[in-house]
Design a protein around this ligand. Sequence first.
Ligand SMILES: [Zn+2]
Length: 262
Amino acid sequence: MPPARIVFFAATIGGIGVTARAIMTGPPPLSVSVALASGYMALLLAGVFVLRLRMFADAIIRGPRDARGVVLTFDDGPDPEHTREVLDLLDGHAAKATFFVIGHKAEKHPELVSEIVRRGHEVGVHGFSHDRFLSLRGTKHVRDDLNKAVRVLENITGKTPALFRPPIGHTNPTIARVADELDLTVVGWSVGARDGIARTKPEDVVSRVGRGLRDGAIVLLHDAAERGTHKPAGIGALPGIFEKLAAKNLVVAHLPDWLRDN
Ligand SMILES: [Zn+2]
């Protein structure tokens, strides 16, 4: 079990113990109550915001122990302007990647999703509406959103998607449970390119990603802006990232192969 989940369970049991004691013997001093409640809240928020803690979901954040190579993932597409450029760059290096597409964009550009699959890449779910507040929604909302995204991909590819990257990487027990119901494996990342913001420069992305490249790494890039049409810096950075990979003698691995080996 991930250490953060053990801490979460221990803190929850501790909280129940403190509450039971307060009922029986009277409440602790206000300052102690406030400190305990704030600490528990901070722990929960860390669990929601930091997917790599795996507090609520068994997310894949890096390859298996003996993994070779680096996995490339692209979020927020498909994009009629930029996705094909990414596909061409990947083809140029015989590299296979995983695209976590947004459901409503996939619905609008089914031909791009088909092309991603035809060119040998994996397609995963990234929510239908890319709801930044998914972690604040109720079960029905989360289930409807993810289910809709799954059905869109099924209709286009004829295959039920198996992988899910939560929008902006936030998870909570509801999101984890719905992903489980839909047989979706939650995929995080070990290297964030932070390439989605319009003013980010490709050379900054190359050096940021370059520092994290090692066997078993999962790199998060974007083939589309979350909103708007600007070109994510990760696309301009890709040639430089391939150079860094070659300099470190690292190959590009395919995520489904890692999951099969697990
Ligand atoms: Zn996203």
